[in-house]
Ligand binder design. Structure first.
Ligand code: MN
Length: 240
């Protein structure tokens, strides 16, 4: 007997300049990973590396990824926010156990730039009640992402910066050396909770400047001049 409902094919992200694709398994996200953004959200900011505590993790469904930049304004919100983020693409399965930070970059296939779109009103209501963030974070079309660039073409990511323009105006900018938890540390921390596998993505957290998006807005996200994502917010789709 065959499948009783249609199977969904994985989202496959183009790899820049190669004709190849990266089939996605999971999408992990990191919260509060730039101090300036944590501050603007009213969260406590650690005074030193030793006081960081543990990273904030959440997930988005892989089918929330948007590959063509065309994002319908989501339902059930009056406050859709942009969060520009480095996206790390895992290219090989982690060995069993916790990943040593010194080995973590060996798991990385490449990088992209993406938006962690957020229904801020729903996230704020959930936070106020101590409830999960899922409806604020993990909705359809909530993760537009660029093509991926192989790690060798990005080089030392800590020397690069991410940025977002909306309608030609700079909204966000962050140097990746200012990450609270760097890529190696995040892969180490994630591996304490989950088995990292080829096909996983990690959205690394956003710098300050998060703000609202409206239908008609055009966005341009970039990792220096290495990779860019252009898109726009479309009118809401009314469910049939
Ligand atoms: Mn985020």
């Amino acid at each position: 007997m065959g499948d009783v409902v249609p199977a969904h094919a994985p989202v496959r992200i183009p790899v820049d300049g190669t004709g190849g694709h990266f089939p996605v398994r999971r999408v992990y996200c990191v919260g509060r990973n730039f101090a300036d953004h944590a501050r603007e959200m009213g969260a406590a900011v650690a005074a030193s590396k030793a006081d960081r505590g543990t990273p904030v993790f959440f997930l988005k469904p892989a089918d929330a990824l948007v590959l063509d930049g065309q994002v319908p304004y989501p339902p059930a919100t009056q406050d859709l926010h942009h969060e520009v983020e480095l996206v790390v693409a895992i290219g090989r399965d982690a060995p069993p156990g916790v990943v040593d930070p010194a080995d973590a970059l060996g798991l990385v296939f490449g990088y992209g730039i993406g938006l962690d779109l957020t229904r801020r009103d729903l996230q704020a209501a959930a936070k106020a009640k101590g409830l999960p963030w899922d409806t604020g974070k993990s909705f359809d079309h909530s993760a537009p992402v660029s093509a991926l660039v192989p790690a060798a073409r990005v080089g030392d990511y800590t020397q690069r910066a991410i940025a977002l323009e909306v309608n030609g105006q700079r909204r966000q900018h962050g140097a990746l050396q200012d990450l609270v938890w760097n890529v190696e540390e995040i892969l180490h921390e994630l591996s304490r909770f989950y088995a990292l596998k080829a096909g996983d993505l990690v959205f690394m957290g956003t710098p300050a400047g998060v703000a609202a998006l409206s239908p008609g807005d055009r966005f341009h996200a970039s990792l220096d001049d290495v990779i860019a994502l252009d898109g726009r917010i479309l009118p809401p789709v009314i469910a049939a």
